[in-house]
Design a protein around this ligand. Structure first.
Ligand SMILES: C[S@@+](CC[C@H](N)C(=O)[O-])C[C@H]1O[C@@H](n2cnc3c(N)ncnc32)[C@H](O)[C@@H]1O
Length: 344
């Protein structure tokens, strides 16, 4: 599978418009705050963007970030501006042609930003331990439309967990299916290259994450994918595919379900770009200044992470009130496109 993917992203595709699905979005759907950052990125880097979501979580200044399958480096160069001169962004990819584009424009971006805080590494995301990166050394690991392409997703999640700091997060966009993808679709090289054949059934992804230490994966955003090429659409039949962004926190003490300990948080503001509220995920939109009841897991995701200083915390874990009401069940993705949801 590595060879097929390297051929597809190294030689078959030349720019984003060559993709045969709606995985990539046009610039009109990009959130306003991202546009000035993208405007400073070299056009050749932008033209070879093949992501399917937005992998820029809030509050990144000074963070150390790893981008798995960075491609030509669009997200690396966007994140480099968000982490600033005291942060660092490292991109890893296995395809020489993609990395060559990223490397070619390093000096351009150093001059545009006024600092040089990016590195690119050639390597495999299943073998992150071979890259000389210290365990527990990353605040955030991101990835944009890559994990589905990996033939060994267990190894990827295991490697990510090892490299994250305690309280760090894997924040990534990928493609998921509404069922297990049959072999005939999985073994079709174009469908695989287009990020469909290797897509995980969403519920298998949740189980896999839990197996590797990410007890409570949180869905941030999702949208159905349209397969714009009629021939490919015919080959996928009635399987539905979604682009979804999840955040997986590496935190001791997370439970497999949302348990109610009578706790609450108050967002005090101060996270750049989020004066009126903070959305931890699709189901937790926390208005500034308002007492917001939370389960134990959400409490930890805010208290034991880089978000802590922006919140006040009410309660502790001394008394349990049962399962937190209204959590879980069924396919988590919206079935129709949501015109207000931001794209990449
Ligand atoms: C769909 S493209 C996305 C690229 C980039 N994230 C972006 O948003 O433009 C997939 C990228 O992942 C890389 N890739 C796929 N499988 C990989 C693996 N197992 N190890 C390292 N890189 C991989 C490919 O070389 C390609 O550049």
């Amino acid at each position: 599978m590595h060879d097929i993917v390297q051929e597809y992203y190294g030689r078959t595709l030349q720019h984003s418009g060559d993709l045969k699905t709606s995985a990539c979005c046009d610039i009109s759907q990009v959130p306003e705050w991202l546009k000035p950052l993208l405007a400073r990125i070299h056009p050749e880097v932008l033209s070879r963007y093949y992501g399917c979501g937005l992998v820029c979580p809030p509050l990144l200044e000074g963070c150390r970030i790893l981008d798995l399958g960075c491609g030509s480096g669009r997200d690396v160069y966007a994140l480099a501006q968000l982490v600033g001169p005291k942060g660092q962004v490292i991109g890893v990819d296995m395809t020489e042609e993609q990395l060559a584009v990223a490397e070619r424009h390093k000096a351009f971006h150093r001059d545009a930003f006024g600092y040089d805080n990016v590195r690119f590494l050639h390597g495999y995301i299943e073998r992150l331990d071979e890259l000389g990166l210290d365990p527990g050394s990353f605040d955030v690991i991101v990835s944009n439309c890559v994990v589905n392409l990996s033939p060994d997703k267990d190894a990827v999640l295991k490697g990510v967990y090892r490299l994250l700091k305690d309280g760090g997060e894997f924040y990534f966009s990928d493609v998921y299916a509404d069922r297990r993808v049959p072999a005939v679709v999985r073994n079709d090289s174009v469908l695989y290259g287009e990020c469909l054949g290797g897509a995980l059934y969403w519920n298998d992804f949740l189980s896999l994450s839990q197996c590797y230490g990410f007890a409570d994966p949180r869905l941030v955003a999702d949208r159905p994918l349209a397969i714009t090429d009629p021939e490919l659409a015919a080959r996928t039949g009635s399987i539905r595919f979604y682009s979804a962004t999840y955040r997986l926190f590496k935190l001791d003490g997370l439970e497999s379900a949302c348990e109610d300990y009578g706790q609450a948080v108050i967002y005090r503001g101060g996270i750049p770009g989020h004066p009126h509220g903070f959305a931890l995920d699709k189901h937790h939109d926390i208005e500034t200044g308002k007492v917001f009841p939370v389960c134990g897991n959400t409490w930890r995701m805010l208290h034991d992470t880089r978000f802590k200083e922006h919140f006040s915390f009410i309660g502790d874990f001394s008394r349990h009130y049962g399962l937190f009401a209204g959590c879980g069940g069924g396919i988590p993705f919206d079935q129709e496109s949501n015109p207000t949801s931001f794209c990449c």
